[in-house]
Design a binder for this molecule. Structure first.
Ligand SMILES: Cc1ncc(C[n+]2csc(CCOP(=O)(O)OP(=O)(O)O)c2C)c(N)n1
Ligand SMILES: [Mg+2]
Length: 106
């Protein structure tokens, strides 16, 4: 399970899982922001970077993680309701191959 921000740091893991036939299920929890870094910056009063520019903590435009997975040959499912996430993870695990679940959060 990884945040949308963190998922941008190591997308090659998708390709490796496919290449090595590792049946890992990647769950990307997408709140469209680097939430932890944003909160830290707020607590420390760091709302502006150099020259008055805003710190880029929002992932806007949002990323299409299904398309990212597809580019490595990994299939994906998109879910928005937390109520369906558990069933989606179970189904993905049962398939026995690498896959990605893109979970949009409120
Ligand atoms: C390998 C690595 N690079 C960078 C960081 C610094 N870091 C901490 S939290 C974070 C991003 C958090 O955003 P996200 O993954 O979207 O999670 P959220 O807080 O929004 O749920 C980063 C880059 C880290 N912890 N590990
Ligand atoms: Mg995030």
């Amino acid at each position: 399970m990884v945040g949308d921000g963190g998922a941008t740091y190591a997308p090659q893991a998708l390709w490796s899982a496919r290449r090595e036939s590792v049946p890992v299920v990647f769950v990307v929890l997408d709140n469209r922001e680097y939430g932890l870094l944003k909160e830290q910056a707020r607590v420390q009063g760091l709302t502006k970077a150099a020259a008055g520019r805003s710190l880029p903590m929002d992932l806007d435009p949002p990323l299409d993680f299904g398309a990212l997975a597809a580019s490595t040959g990994v299939s994906s499912t998109k879910v928005t309701m937390s109520a369906t996430l558990g069933a989606t993870i179970r189904a993905a695990l049962q398939r026995g191959e690498a896959s990605l679940i893109h979970a949009g959060l409120d």
